[in-house]
Every structure is written in C-alpha cells, then in structure tokens.
Design a protein around this ligand. Structure first.
Ligand code: PRX
Length: 630
C-alpha cells in the first residue's frame, strides 16, 4: 500500500499526494474492503466549509477491523489486555474472539433499542468491554461518544445532553493504581440532569455493589448472556458519522468533533502503518486512554484495521512502582511503544534502576504525542528506553485532524530532537503571519494552517456547524487553522511551539482557560477569575489562576482547597489549578479585555519586562499582582 521504505520513497509519495491527491488516496483506499466503491474521491470547499471523501462509497469499518482478518489471522492476538494490577494475568484476545465479543455486544445494544444513527455515551475504564462497545456501535451504525472516565458528573451531563444520547454504557467502577473510582456514582449524578437517558448498561468490574435504578439500569452480564456471536454489519455511507469526541474550546463549552467512516478508516490505517513502519506480527502499545482521540485512532481503529496486536493498558505508570511501563514492555515483548512527553518526564524522575530491571530489547520504534516534547525528555527517552537504536516518532496532530499530520517516518526521516519534522503524504501545511499571509521559504515562524483536505479531518462540530466554521476556517479564509504556532527550520522541518489561543495543554490534555475560569467562578466566594498556563516540569503546562473574591479571604489555603474541589467536581481532577493567587483586580484594557500576556509573564516568574502597560485601565494592579506572585 503505497509503501514507503526510504526517504526517496517518501519524497516521491509526498509529491504525488500533492500533485494528484485523488489518485493517491484512491490507491490507498483500494486496500480496504468496501461494500461498494466510491463514485468520486473528493469534494471540498474550505470557505463553507464542506469536505467529503470517497463519495458514494459504502462500508463498515468493523468489517475492515475484524471480518477481513478472520481468513488469515483468526487465532492471532488482536488485543492484549494488561490489567491495573500486574499480579493479575493479562488477557490475550484473538481476532476471532474479538469478532465474537463485538458481535455479541452489538446484539446486546440492539436488544436495548439502539439503532443506526443513535448516539451512545460510553463511560468505561480501559477494559476489553470498552473496545467491544466502541466497535459494536460502529458495527450497527450507532455513533459512539466516549467520555474519558476521569471526567466529572457535570462534564458528562454536558456531553450526554449535547450529543442527545439516550443510552449510556458504563461500569460499576474503575481501578486507578491502588485507588478505585466510583464511575456508576458519577453516572447516577450526571443522569439526574439527563431525563432523556432511558437505559444504562453496567459492566461489573470492581464489584462495588453499585445501586441499580429499577427500569433504567441493567447489568452487562445479564444482557450479554443470550446475545449471539454474529451480527451482520450495517452498511454505512463513507460520509456517515462514525463518532463524536469532545475537545475543549478556547471559549464556551467543549466541541463535539464529528468524524465519519470512510476517510477516517483510510487515514488512521495509512498513518499507523506508515509513520511507525508497522510490520506484520509486531506488538504495539499506545499508553493513551481510549477516551481521547489517540486511543480511538491508534489503540483501536488504526492498529486493528492493520491486523496488528494492540495493547490495552488499564494501569498507571507509577503503580505498584515506577517500573510498570518497562515491565509491561518486557512482559509482552512490545515492538512499538507510543506515549506522551508528560509520562516520560515523570518517569525520568524515578531512579534508572526501574528501567534497568527490565529487558527492553524488543523495542524497535518509539512514539510521542500530545504536546511538544522538550529536548531533555527526548534524549532520555532515546537513550534509556530506545537504547539509542529506536527512532522517536514525534507525531503532531489533533482531535480535529483524526490522525497524524506532521511526523517522522520511522527509519526513513532523519530525526531532530523535539521536531515533528515533515508533513506526511497528503498533508499540505502553510505557515501564516498575523496579517493572514502565507510565509514562504524556510527559517520562519508563524501560525500553522493546512491548505488542502485530508481524509480523516473532522467534518463539523456536532450541532453547531457555524462554530466549526468560526473556530477553524475563519482566521485564515480558505485554510484550516490549527490553533498552533510553529517554526520551519532551514531543512523545512517543523517544530510545534504550542497553542496560540487560550487552550492550555496539561499532561497532554487540552483544557480551555474559559472552561476553567467558569468552573472557578462557580464557587460562591469568587467574583472573577483569569487563568493562564505556565511551564511545569512534569505536566508541560500548569494551571495558574488569578482570582478576585467578593471579600478578602480569611483563610486563603482553605479557600484554595475548596476552589480546587469545585473545579474537580465541575470538569474533573485534571483541570485543578496548580496555583491560585488572590488579587483585588485584573489587568484590563479600557475595553475590558484581560491582558493575559501580563498574567502569563507573572505566572512564568518573569516580571522584568512586562511590555507596554499604558493601555491598562488601572496599571497599578500590575504591581500588586507582581508582588503577590506564587
Ligand atoms: O498543541 C498541539 C498539541 O496538542 C494539540 C491537540 O490536542 P488534542 O486534540 O487533545 O490531541 C492530542 C493528541 C493528538 C495540538 O493542537 N500537540 C499534539 N501533539 C503534539 C502537540 N504539540 C507538539 N508536538 C506534538 N507531537
């Protein structure tokens, strides 16, 4: 399949993908099983915006992830499930077994009233049933909306309501290292405000004796008992919705990004095989949660459509000790390992003996995703994990892009630490200046846009196409705006410099400052808040909140703890501010806009040059903020 093995291959394929994109993608797509071939490869208009790929094509993505593998690899392991506790044994799920379980789950959903086009909310830990449910939805043409099992009841309510889900699949709880999380309790709380949810299927996992609501809640084991292990796949149009996945916006509520069946399948498969140089029979492990796009595209759809063996890991890197990742690589002889810079930075702090205890010689390729990887972490990863023989594939992409965009190709692209390097075939970046002009040539810096469609791009924001247009296609008309800044060096290599909007990336998770501010404002003592990111050694970025209270707080630390708890309840523990500074005012311009530039400098501890503050309504407030900086 348009195989790339050398840099010359890459150059040739890239050129072809730009000069004849439709031929290029048509060839890639011909390696899949389609019920009916497409009539036309692409129609697009970034001004509307509207993008359609493989128009008229009919398929079911699960026939490509499951059925077609049964001829050759029914007995090959599709999923290795590594449970939270390393003392419990791992589960090896073959392609045949996965097929049976997905079909049974699909029949169970059908029996519970789920039909093509219905949205199904999935709130499950990293257990095999999560994979079964996602694929079962795809099998019957239902739209999955997976919500990461670390989100709060309020976040769940918002997502369930926005997507109009009438059914939720969850579990009685989740393990997280030595702790348990009461998922069912969170669901019950969320559903108090979701009157349209009529059914909750509960997988028993931690045996917590979760209370069940009569008439609404049913046990997975009761429902699955009589479900048959065969379920005819629903025929889907290439442009039918496959899933919705929420991501934070720089303003307002989270955006339900919509991905469709055909293009998403083709692109995630192609990029998985190409960037990692996946070879038949290899064991692949991506440590992300399936609740994020990385898990959707590169734990499930990409690897499974390629017939790979993919690891699903329920645990955490730090429990029972800091050797857990390395132990798991050794145990399952992992060949391709894909994780996030924040994980690397925290593992780097632990004694090297945790790494040295294990045999990592099975590793061939390493990957990184979620945020820019700093050079120190890159070097450590390369030296201690890759033993200086594994390339590091620094994959830049987004929930919105569905798959890798700028990334090295393993053993093909010459690497430069901390650089995502070059666009993959089919990806046409354009770097723009602030006045909206494309900056040509190399050794430049600007805002990263993409000027031509690629098959797995999100098609809209669920229920709000106007917002889709405003967020991604209005800053630079005719181009998709990523929200990221970048540099292009003398070799044409890209280095992502981070977000240029009000999104902060904390341990690889996108959080909108507006979302955190409005959560903090929910505390009754708080009048107004401004949140910025600041460099954090482990998390990449930390959250710094400047908070104005109605009255000067009597016990600051107590109030800080309460504010953190409020945020944790409204969004989830990942959004808790690291630092909270109480202030009497915020630096605002005369038009009332908060000058975040100043707050960012204070949060970074760099107050020597705050730039021009003369346009501020009350410049005096800056001195107070500087003096009280934490
Ligand atoms: O700022 C970029 C950063 O993460 C953002 C996308 O976040 P999300 O939609 O949650 O998807 C994360 C997983 C794909 C981007 O706009 N980002 C992601 N990968 C990288 C990165 N920044 C630099 N280098 C990367 N490899």
């Amino acid at each position: 399949m348009n195989v790339i093995r050398t840099f010359e291959d890459y150059q040739k394929q890239y050129k072809k993908s730009v000069e004849h994109p439709e031929n290029f993608w048509s060839e890639v797509a011909s390696h899949f099983y389609w019920r009916k071939k497409w009539d036309k490869v692409l129609e697009w208009d970034f001004l509307k915006p509207e993008v359609k790929w493989f128009i008229g094509g009919k398929l079911n993505i699960t026939e490509n992830c499951l059925d077609r593998h049964l001829i050759k690899r029914a007995n090959q392991t599709a999923i290795i499930w590594e449970p939270n506790n390393p003392e419990d044994s791992a589960k090896h799920i073959t392609y045949q077994h996965l097929y049976d379980e997905v079909c049974r789950t699909a029949n169970m959903l059908k029996a519970n009233g789920v039909k093509k086009g219905d949205r199904v909310c999935i709130y499950l830990p990293m257990i095999p049933e999560l994979a079964y449910t996602v694929l079962a939805c795809a099998r019957i043409g239902a739209v999955h909306s997976v919500v990461f099992a670390g989100f709060s009841a309020k976040s769940l309510t918002d997502r369930i309501t926005d997507a109009g889900c009438k059914i939720v699949v969850t579990s009685d709880g989740a393990y997280r290292g030595d702790k348990t999380i009461n998922l069912k309790g969170i669901i019950d709380q969320a559903l108090e405000s979701c009157p349209d949810v009529r059914k909750v299927i509960v997988k028993e996992h931690i045996r917590s004796n979760a209370p069940m609501k009569a008439g609404r809640d049913v046990w997975w084991h009761d429902e699955i008992k009589n479900a048959a292990p065969h379920c005819e796949a629903e025929e889907m149009d290439a442009e039918d919705m496959l899933f919705i996945l929420y991501t934070s916006g720089s303003t307002g509520k989270p955006k339900g990004m919509v991905h469709t069946c055909g293009g998403y399948m083709v692109y995630t498969n192609y990029t998985f095989q190409t960037a990692f140089q996946y070879h038949e029979g290899q064991v692949y492990w991506c440590t992300a949660d399936i609740g994020w796009i990385t898990g959707h595209s590169y734990i499930l759809y990409g690897p499974l459509s390629a017939g790979a063996t993919t690891v699903i890991f329920e645990g955490v890197p730090s429990w029972p000790d800091w050797g857990r990742f390395w132990q798991t690589i050794d145990r399952h002889k992992v060949n391709i390992f894909y994780t996030a810079p924040t994980a690397i930075r925290s593992l780097q702090q632990a004694p090297l003996s945790f790494v040295e205890k294990y045999d990592l010689s099975s590793l061939k390729v390493l990957g990184s995703v979620g945020e820019p990887i700093n050079e120190e972490a890159w070097q450590w990863y390369s030296k201690h994990i890759g033993k200086d023989k594994c390339p590091i594939i620094d994959t830049w992409w987004q929930t919105e892009t569905g798959g890798f965009m700028i990334s090295p190709i393993a053993n093909v692209t010459n690497l430069k630490p901390a650089h995502a390097t070059l666009p993959l075939p089919g990806v046409q970046p354009a770097v723009m200046n602030e006045s909206g002009l494309e900056i040509e040539g190399n050794n430049i810096e600007g805002r990263l846009t993409i000027k031509y469609p690629w098959p797995s791009m999100a098609r809209t924001i669920y229920g709000d196409h106007q917002r889709f247009k405003e967020t991604y296609f209005s800053s630079f008309p005719g181009k998709y705006f990523t929200g990221d800044g970048c540099k292009r060096d003398e070799d044409g290599y890209y280095r992502i410099t981070g977000r240029v909007d009000d999104i902060i990336i904390v341990s690889g998770h996108n959080l909108g400052t507006a979302e955190i501010e409005s959560a903090i404002d929910e505390h009754s003592a708080v009048c107004e808040t401004a949140v910025v990111g600041y460099p954090h050694d482990i998390k990449g970025q930390g959250i710094y909140a400047f908070v104005i209270c109605y009255e000067k707080p009597a016990e600051e630390d107590k109030l800080r703890a309460e504010i953190k708890e409020t945020v944790s309840k409204i969004i989830g523990p990942i959004a808790k501010p690291d630092k909270i500074q109480f202030v009497s005012g915020l630096p605002k311009t005369r038009s009332g806009k908060i000058m975040r530039r100043i707050l960012r400098k204070v949060a970074e501890g760099d107050t020597s040059n705050l730039g021009d503050t003369t346009t501020l309504l009350d410049p005096g407030v800056v001195d107070e903020i500087k003096a009280g900086a934490i």
